[in-house]
Write a protein that binds this ligand. Structure first.
Ligand code: NAP
Ligand code: MG
Length: 484
C-alpha cells in the first residue's frame, strides 16, 4: 500500500476569541421565584476554567431548605402558568429564544471558559441549538391538541431537572423548553463544574418577564440533586447523566407517583463498510469520538471497520489525528479543548492504563499540551476485542477502541453486544445496508453517513442501560404531559 504523507501539518497563528465583552459576576446566587437569593447553606464553591485552572466565579451551594423554597415557588407558579393561555406561554418562550440568540457570543465564550469545549463548537453547535430548542417548543405551546389529536393533554406539575456538564446550556434548553411549553414549572440543577451558562440563562429568564417561579435554577453538587429527587412535591424527574446515578434515582423514586425520564450513558458503535466513501468516513470517525473531547453520551467510541479497508482507514485516521489542534478552547483553530475537570481526566487516564494493561495497542497524536489545565491527546486503541474493559465501559473522553469485522451479521452482533443502546453510525453507499442496520441495531439514534447531528425536531434517547424516555420532537412533549 502506498504510504500517505499527510503528517506535515499547517501552523496556524492564534485566533483567540475576545473575552472583554462578557459580563460575569464574582459570585452567583440561587435563582428562586424570579430573584437571585442567597443560599441558606451560606456556602459557595469555585467554578474553574479547565484550560487554565483559574477560578472564574463562586457558585452558591443549595441545601435542603433552598430546594424546598424552589419547589414551593414552582408549585405556586404552576397554578397560574398551567392555566395561562397557551399562546401567551409560547410568547415568553419565543422571547427567551430570541434573547439567547442576541447574546449568543457571550454565551459561547462563557461555555468554552467554564467547560473547556472549543469555541467553534459552543458558537456553532451548543448555543444555536439551545436557542432552536426554545424556538421549536415555543411553537408547540398552543398546538398541543394538534400534537396529540383526540386527547386532552394536561401538564404534570413541578418538574425536577438534573443535567450533566458536557452540554451545559443545551441540556438546560432540552429540559426547560418542552416542560414550560406544556404548562409545567421547573426546578433545574446544572452540574457542579458548569453552572455559569444556566445562571446566565436565569438572567435572561428574569429579563424576559417570565412569571416568577416558573423556572427556578439551583446550583450545587450531587447532594443538591438528591434533594430535588427526594422532594415530595416534585411530580416528574428528568435526569441526564451517568447510568450509575440514574439507577440511584430510579431506586429513590420507586413506589412514589413521580414520573421520570432518564437519559444515561452510551458506548456508540460507528460502523465503516468497505463501500463507504473513506475520506468522509474518516472525518466522521473524528467527529464521532473527538467532538467535545469525547464528552458526549452518544460518542462513537467503538469503531468497527470492515477488514478489507481496515489498514487504509486506520492509516488515514492516524494522519488526520496528527493534524488535530489540541489547546486553548477560546482559539478558533482549536479542534480539541480541555477535559472538563481533574476528576474526569483521572477517569480517562485510568481507562487508558487499563486499555494498555489488557493488551491494547495505543496510538496518541503527538501534540504539545500546556502544563496548566486538563488535557488528553486524541487516542486510539487497536488490538482490542469485545471483552476488553475499554470496549465495554463508557470512558467519556477522546479515546477510541477499534475492531474489525467481515460480515454484516457479525458487526450487528458485535455492535449490540453492550449494556448500552443510545447511538450508532453506519457508513456505506448502500441504502439497503443502512435500512438493515437501522432495523437491527439496538440504539435510539442511528446516523447514516454522518454522526453527532442534532435537531430539536428529532427525538433522542436510549434503550437498555442508556435509559428511557425521549427528548426532542413530539416525543419530548409527551414526557411532560398526562392524558385524561
Ligand atoms: P453524573 O455524575 O451522573 O451527574 C449528572 C448530574 O446529576 C449532575 O448535575 C450531578 O451533580 C447530579 N448528581 C450526582 N449525583 C446525584 C444524586 N445522587 N442524585 C441526584 N443528582 C445527582 O453524570 P456526569 O458525569 O455529569 O455526566 C456524564 C454522564 O452523562 C455520562 O454517562 C453521559 O453519557 C451522560 N449523558 C447522557 C446524555 C443522554 O442524553 N443520554 C446526555 C449527556 C450526558 P454534580 O455533577 O454537580 O455532582
Ligand atoms: Mg468550570
Amino acid at each position: 500500500m502506498s504510504k500517505l504523507n499527510l503528517s506535515k501539518t499547517w501552523n496556524y497563528a492564534a485566533a483567540t476569541e475576545s473575552t472583554n465583552h462578557i459580563l460575569l459576576k464574582e459570585k452567583y446566587d440561587l435563582f428562586i421565584n424570579g430573584e437571585f437569593v442567597k443560599s441558606n447553606s451560606k456556602k459557595y464553591f469555585d467554578t474553574i476554567n479547565p484550560a487554565t485552572d483559574e477560578v472564574i466565579a463562586k457558585i452558591s451551594e443549595a441545601n435542603k431548605k433552598d430546594i424546598d423554597l424552589a419547589v414551593k415557588s414552582a408549585k405556586i407558579a404552576f397554578r397560574r402558568w398551567s392555566k395561562l393561555k397557551a399562546k401567551e406561554r409560547g410568547k415568553y418562550i419565543f422571547r427567551i429564544a430570541r434573547m439567547i440568540q442576541e447574546r449568543a457570543k457571550e454565551f459561547a465564550v462563557i461555555e468554552s471558559m467554564d467547560g473547556g469545549k472549543p469555541i467553534r463548537e459552543s458558537r456553532d453547535v451548543d448555543i444555536p441549538l439551545a436557542a432552536n430548542h426554545f424556538f421549536y417548543y415555543a411553537g408547540w405551546a398552543d398546538k398541543l391538541e394538534y400534537a396529540f389529536p383526540n386527547k386532552t393533554p394536561k401538564p404534570l406539575g413541578v418538574a425536577g431537572q438534573i443535567i450533566p456538564w458536557n452540554f451545559p446550556l443545551l441540556m438546560a434548553a432540552w429540559k426547560i423548553a418542552p416542560a414550560i411549553a406544556c404548562g409545567n414549572t421547573v426546578v433545574l440543577k446544572p452540574a457542579e463544574t458548569t453552572s455559569l451558562t444556566a445562571l446566565k440563562l436565569a438572567e435572561i429568564i428574569q429579563e424576559s418577564g417570565l412569571p416568577k417561579g416558573v423556572v427556578n435554577i439551583v446550583t450545587g453538587a450531587g447532594n443538591t440533586g438528591a434533594e430535588i429527587v427526594n422532594h415530595p412535591d416534585i411530580d416528574k424527574i428528568a435526569f441526564t447523566g451517568s447510568t450509575n446515578v440514574g439507577k440511584l434515582i430510579q431506586k429513590s423514586i420507586s413506589g412514589t407517583k413521580k414520573k421520570s425520564t432518564l437519559e444515561l450513558g452510551g458506548k456508540g458503535a460507528n460502523i465503516i463498510f468497505e463501500d463507504a466513501a473513506i475520506d468522509q468516513a474518516v472525518e466522521g470517525i473524528v467527529n464521532a469520538i473527538f467532538f467535545n473531547q469525547g464528552h458526549v453520551c452518544c460518542a462513537g467510541s467503538r469503531l468497527f471497520v470492515q477488514e478489507s479497508v481496515a489498514n487504509i482507514v486506520i492509516e488515514k485516521l492516524k494522519d488526520r489525528m496528527s493534524s488535530l489542534i489540541v489547546g486553548n478552547p477560546l482559539d478558533k483553530n482549536t479542534d480539541i479543548g480541555a477535559i472538563n475537570s481533574k476528576e474526569q481526566l483521572a477517569t480517562i487516564n485510568k481507562y487508558i492504563k487499563i486499555g494498555q494493561e489488557e493488551g491494547g495497542e495505543i496510538y496518541q497524536s503527538k501534540c504539545s499540551i500546556s502544563k496548566k489545565g486538563n488535557w488528553c491527546p486524541p487516542t486510539l486503541f487497536l488490538n482490542v476485542s469485545q471483552s476488553h474493559t475499554i470496549v465495554q465501559e463508557e470512558i467519556f473522553g477522546p479515546v477510541l477502541a477499534i475492531q474489525t469485522f467481515r460480515t454484516i451479521d457479525e458487526v450487528i452482533e458485535k455492535a449490540n453486544n453492550t449494556p448500552f443502546g443510545l447511538s450508532a453510525g453506519v457508513w456505506t453507499e448502500k441504502g439497503s445496508k443502512i435500512f438493515k442496520l437501522t432495523q437491527e441495531l439496538n440504539a435510539g439514534v442511528v446516523w447514516a453517513n454522518t454522526y453527532n447531528k442534532f435537531d430539536p425536531t428529532s427525538p433522542f434517547g436510549g434503550f437498555k442501560e442508556s435509559g428511557f424516555g425521549r427528548e426532542g420532537g413530539l416525543h419530548g412533549l409527551k414526557a411532560y404531559l398526562k392524558f385524561e
